[in-house]
Design a protein around this ligand. Structure first.
Ligand code: ATP
Length: 238
């Protein structure tokens, strides 16, 4: 028996006259990695922005059984729905350590914050080595690790990652990959939006393919892996 933690029903987003998301529905089970793949401009970021409360939408988003209509982005974060954006949104002149602490700004339990800091430094030793370095002077891959680390400092129940591998070297993608596996083993629910289908297929148990704002295909990893259209159009290009 699996429990749904995040449920999206008939989600529509408009930017002026442009209909960016067209009736998207999907549900994510507690503890799974759910992949959303699709080309540039398909609507993946728009979907995550709607879940985070950053854009207006029509339809229903339920998190842990509660309809999020009218719930502020800040409250969604407090409730454990954490979004690591494609832009990373780091504080460029803050150190690695300060950026991580910013992720914990809504938390009161200092002991568990300290434990999470230790866990993140262990998960990403490169961050540990660079605790005092300013975020803006880090490499792209290190900044991505910092962005994920900061999101983890917010104590997520659901972690939404937008294109975590974008522009990164294979060796860094491997580090991110191992971190995702460990987090998943710890029971974290992860919603992974990726143009890099190979990476998404490596991790996700179930996936949706979005094209021009609509879900074209949804299914298990096996169904995606064996699907001829997915293989031809999306796999092996990265
Ligand atoms: P990418 O992988 O390039 O980030 P994506 O799948 O995340 O693509 P979105 O960024 O969600 O796609 O974009 C979906 C569509 O909505 C695109 O046509 C995009 O140009 C449009 N769009 C996104 N944000 C805005 C905005 N603020 N105003 C107007 N149109 C927007």
């Amino acid at each position: 028996m699996t429990d749904t933690i995040l449920e999206i029903e008939d989600l529509n987003v408009y930017y002026g006259k442009s209909h960016a998301l067209k009736g998207v529905s999907l549900s994510i089970n507690e503890g799974e990695i759910y992949g959303v793949i699709g080309p540039n401009g398909a609507g993946k970021t728009t979907m995550l922005n709607a879940i985070a409360g950053f854009v207006d939408y029509e339809g229903t988003i339920r998190y842990d059984g509660t309809d999020l209509t009218g719930v502020s982005p800040q409250q969604r974060v407090r409730d454990g729905l954490i979004y690591c954006t494609e832009d990373r949104d780091l504080f460029p002149y803050f150190s690695v350590h300060e950026n991580l602490l910013m992720g914990a700004q809504f938390r009161n339990d200092r002991d568990s914050v300290r434990q999470d800091l230790d866990m993140i430094y262990e998960l990403f030793p490169r961050l540990d080595e660079r605790r005092e370095q300013e975020a803006e002077t880090m490499s792209g891959g290190e900044q991505q690790m910092l962005a994920v680390g900061r999101a983890l400092m917010s104590d997520p129940d659901v972690l939404m990652l937008d294109e975590p591998t974008l522009g990164l070297a294979p060796v860094i993608i491997q580090d991110i990959s191992e971190a995702l596996e460990r987090l998943s083993d710890q029971g974290l629910t992860i919603l992974l939006a990726e143009q890099n289908s190979t990476f998404a297929l490596r991790h996700a148990e179930r996936l949706s393919l979005i094209e021009t704002g609509e879900i074209e295909l949804a299914g298990t990893y096996e169904e995606f892996h064996d699907n001829e259209y997915v293989r031809e159009a999306y796999v092996g290009v990265h």
